[in-house]
Design a protein. Structure first.
Length: 263
């Protein structure tokens, strides 16, 4: 990974931070992108303090032109982009059944996520591939392979991300760009790391009369391995997949749900 240019969208989130630290350890040049500079600057400072090469990119992936401009500026600065990680996340409705779910709430589960997928892919692909192999990787929740009442929009959104992975890979393979997806179950230490999922898990736990930690414990017990992945494990899998060690893998969703899903 030494000297690879890595652009991480959602870089200030729990997953983005963990991936940034892991890839910085391998010598990559890290660019972390998100909407709010304060969190990005703190992360960049932390990465540099441990010897990493890091810079912040303030961008809103729902602003198509801003994303195109920021990515093009970065590519001119670096000469190209090798690895893109999409760790963006957006608040959405989980728990409401169809009779009380509004159309706007339904669309929350997929509109912002798929918009980010499209905008990021369109912005980065002109600056990737060719003689320098590239990889675009997204992180997705496991809902696409689950039947869960009250999660209509979320299920559609997750299925869309996995389908987009295959569609994009078929286009970019001839350009020497791999496209992958990591399907992770609820990450056991994400809430403690400040993830927005606290606002999603909290109401679920409250409705069951338990704490978030107890709710996560129940989720762990529903898996084959009786445990949930942690941030370090997700970052380690991402590190492998975006590297040349996985150069024969594309159009693939890698399952790390501890057996909660089986394909």
């Amino acid at each position: 990974m030494k000297e690879n240019v890595v652009l991480i969208f959602g870089g200030s989130g729990a997953i983005g931070r963990s991936v940034a630290h892991r890839l910085a350890q391998e010598g990559a040049q890290i660019f972390v992108a998100a909407r709010h500079r304060e969190k990005l600057d703190s992360l960049v400072e932390n990465l540099r303090a441990v010897g990493g090469k890091a810079e912040a990119v303030v961008v809103d992936v729902h602003d198509e032109q801003d994303t195109f401009n920021q990515v093009a500026n970065l590519a001119r600065q670096t000469g190209g982009i090798d690895i893109v990680v999409n760790a963006t996340g957006f608040m959405h409705q989980q728990g409401k059944h169809i009779e009380t779910l509004t159309l706007a709430e339904f669309r929350q589960g997929f509109d912002p996520f798929l918009t980010a997928q499209f905008t990021i892919a369109k912005a980065v692909t002109p600056h990737m591939g060719g003689e320098r192999s590239g990889c675009i990787l997204s992180v997705v929740a496991p809902a696409a392979r689950m039947a869960m009442a009250g999660h209509a929009g979320h299920i559609v959104g997750c299925a869309g991300i996995e389908a987009f992975t295959k569609a994009l890979a078929s286009e970019l393979g001839p350009r020497n760009i791999r496209v992958l997806c990591v399907r992770s179950h609820a990450i056991v230490d994400a809430v403690q790391a400040g993830s927005y999922v606290q606002e999603i898990f909290g109401p679920k736990a409250q409705a069951m009369g338990v704490t978030v930690d107890e709710w996560l414990g129940g989720a762990a017990q529903s898996t084959m391995l009786k445990r949930l992945p942690d941030l370090a494990e997700v970052a380690e899998v991402v590190s492998f997949l975006v590297s040349e060690r996985a150069r024969m893998m594309t159009a693939t969703t890698v399952n790390m749900t501890a057996g909660a899903t089986t394909d």
